[in-house]
Design a protein around this ligand. Structure first.
Ligand SMILES: *[C@@H]1O[C@H](CO)[C@@H](O)[C@H](O)[C@H]1NC(C)=O
Ligand SMILES: *[C@@H]1O[C@H](CO)[C@@H](O)[C@H](O)[C@H]1NC(C)=O
Ligand SMILES: *[C@@H]1O[C@H](CO)[C@@H](O)[C@H](O)[C@H]1NC(C)=O
Ligand SMILES: *[C@@H]1O[C@H](CO)[C@@H](O)[C@H](O)[C@H]1NC(C)=O
Ligand SMILES: *[C@@H]1O[C@H](CO)[C@@H](O)[C@H](O)[C@H]1NC(C)=O
Ligand SMILES: *[C@@H]1O[C@H](CO)[C@@H](O)[C@H](O)[C@H]1NC(C)=O
Ligand SMILES: *[C@@H]1O[C@H](CO)[C@@H](O)[C@H](O)[C@H]1NC(C)=O
Ligand SMILES: *[C@@H]1O[C@H](CO)[C@@H](O)[C@H](O)[C@H]1NC(C)=O
Ligand SMILES: *[C@@H]1O[C@H](CO)[C@@H](O)[C@H](O)[C@H]1NC(C)=O
Ligand SMILES: *[C@@H]1O[C@H](CO)[C@@H](O)[C@H](O)[C@H]1NC(C)=O
Ligand SMILES: *[C@@H]1O[C@H](CO)[C@@H](O)[C@H](O)[C@H]1NC(C)=O
Ligand SMILES: *[C@@H]1O[C@H](CO)[C@@H](O)[C@H](O)[C@H]1NC(C)=O
Length: 334
């Protein structure tokens, strides 16, 4: 027990002694840290002291020295540094990033020594995102995006695609300290909008959104007839065939019947009052003039005898049907 408390007391004294030797019990407190470039910081002594003479320096360079009511600012800091002769506090104005460093005050009356480290950061302005945009092809091209600022120090970057943060991976790489994003082997789902957000300890900013135009397709084609997948119709029906293809830019669409192009282009093929001889294969052909790729989809449509003809057949059979139901009726009652 006694050993322990003696050791504790010793340690306490050692810490006190070290404190007084190095700082005279005084510490320097910056009004703001990190400070903002262009702004002002005041380095005050705490607890406050009335220092009649002393000097401030940063690193090995003197900043200002004073004695009584006289103070001399060194050329490196002319017009930007002043000491409050009653408190010894140093005020620096028009700060630049280069003003970052360890500021030391040396008092000669009374004797003391203390320091504080401050960092000056430049506010971020005008975050701009630029993207290489021409002729990007799916599964072939890479998109290169640059994030730039007109001002700012100690920048860190976060990239987003839509609302999700972009994660580095096989296809996604960051370079130039995070300011360049490369998306390799683009897919149609890499279209964005991409944004970069830049931050440092004193500010942040977000870029304009940029879409990435990936040219792809045509593929994943679909063909509907009268809005359904049905392929059998009766003569006299009107048919509206709709064709679609995943493609960027939009695919140019053409139609063929039994392998022969018909005089119709675009997503829709309209057939009015069809007859049985319009049974056969219908093809929608898609072409993307940017990727120079083709695709097609085929439906075999069957046009059968008109509803009116079928109704006639049914009417002819009606007596027979009635007769058979009567027979059943009699047989169940006997
Ligand atoms: C010096 O500091 C004291 C105490 O903070 C303050 O009252 C006084 O106005 C300051 N003097 C100058 C010249 O800034
Ligand atoms: C700053 O002061 C601390 C003690 O308060 C001391 O350990 C350190 O060496 C000083 N740094 C400089 C650069 O003078
Ligand atoms: C913002 O940055 C862009 C590109 O770096 C530049 O063209 C533009 O002039 C800047 N705008 C301002 C207001 O600084
Ligand atoms: C992005 O920056 C790199 C390197 O600084 C440059 O080669 C490339 O052309 C830039 N791309 C864009 C889209 O600004
Ligand atoms: C690009 O991606 C596609 C589909 O993910 C893949 O099949 C192809 O091999 C990739 N190409 C390269 C060069 O990585
Ligand atoms: C960005 O700066 C604004 C003030 O300019 C602050 O309110 C916000 O929290 C900051 N955002 C981040 C992510 O640092
Ligand atoms: C980016 O794409 C979205 C959705 O496709 C669209 O609404 C927006 O207008 C596009 N923005 C630009 C700048 O092209
Ligand atoms: C088919 O279309 C024509 C012309 O649009 C219309 O006159 C006719 O009533 C339609 N027939 C049917 C069965 O909808
Ligand atoms: C195709 O339609 C256009 C106008 O609709 C017409 O001028 C042209 O003669 C038609 N061609 C054939 C082969 O029917
Ligand atoms: C198909 O049949 C209709 C009558 O049902 C006829 O008017 C038309 O000429 C025929 N078309 C062909 C190509 O045989
Ligand atoms: C390519 O196709 C697009 C969309 O169909 C069209 O707007 C464009 O004019 C075409 N370009 C050429 C060179 O044919
Ligand atoms: C339709 O696509 C197939 C491959 O999917 C191709 O073999 C065929 O030649 C195409 N037909 C036409 C008319 O372009």
């Amino acid at each position: 027990m006694e050993d322990k408390s003696e050791a504790t007391l010793g340690l306490f004294l050692l810490i006190m002694l070290q404190g007084f030797l190095s700082s005279g019990g005084v510490e320097v407190r910056p009004s703001i840290n990190p400070a903002v470039a262009g702004g002002t910081v005041t380095l005050s002594l705490f607890p406050s002291e009335n220092i009649k003479s002393g000097s401030w320096s940063v690193g090995q360079s003197p900043v200002v020295t004073w004695q009584g009511t006289y103070q001399a600012v060194f050329p490196s800091h002319t017009g930007r540094a002043s000491v409050n002769i009653s408190t010894g506090a140093l005020t620096l104005t028009s700060l630049t990033v280069a003003d970052s460093g360890v500021y030391e005050v040396l008092g000669t009356d009374p004797q003391l020594k203390a320091n504080a480290s401050i960092t000056v950061e430049e506010s971020i302005s005008n975050v701009t995102l630029s993207v290489t945009q021409t002729g990007l092809l799916e599964f072939q091209s890479s998109a290169l995006m640059n994030c730039s600022v007109s001002a700012g120090s100690s920048l860190s970057y976060v990239w987003t695609n839509g609302s999700s943060v972009v994660k580095v991976g096989d296809r996604v790489q960051l370079s130039n300290g995070g300011s360049t994003l490369s998306v390799l082997n683009l897919t149609r789902f890499d279209s964005g909008p991409f944004r970069c957000s830049v931050s440092n300890p004193v500010s942040n900013g977000t870029s304009n959104p940029e879409n990435v135009t990936v040219n792809y397709g045509p593929d994943n084609m679909a063909l509907t007839v009268n809005g359904e997948g049905t392929t059998a119709f009766t003569a006299g029906s009107n048919l509206t065939m709709l064709c679609s293809a995943e493609s960027n830019p939009a695919a140019q669409l053409q139609w063929a019947f039994k392998g022969e192009l018909v005089n119709s282009t675009g997503t829709r093929l309209q057939l009015i009052h069809v007859s049985e001889n319009q049974t056969g294969t219908y093809t929608c052909l898609a072409f993307n003039n940017n990727t120079s790729k083709y695709s097609n989809i085929t439906r075999t449509i069957t046009i059968s005898k008109s509803g009116a003809d079928q109704q006639a057949v049914n009417v002819a059979l009606l007596p027979l049907m009635l007769l058979s139901s009567k027979l059943i009726f009699f047989s169940t009652n006997t």
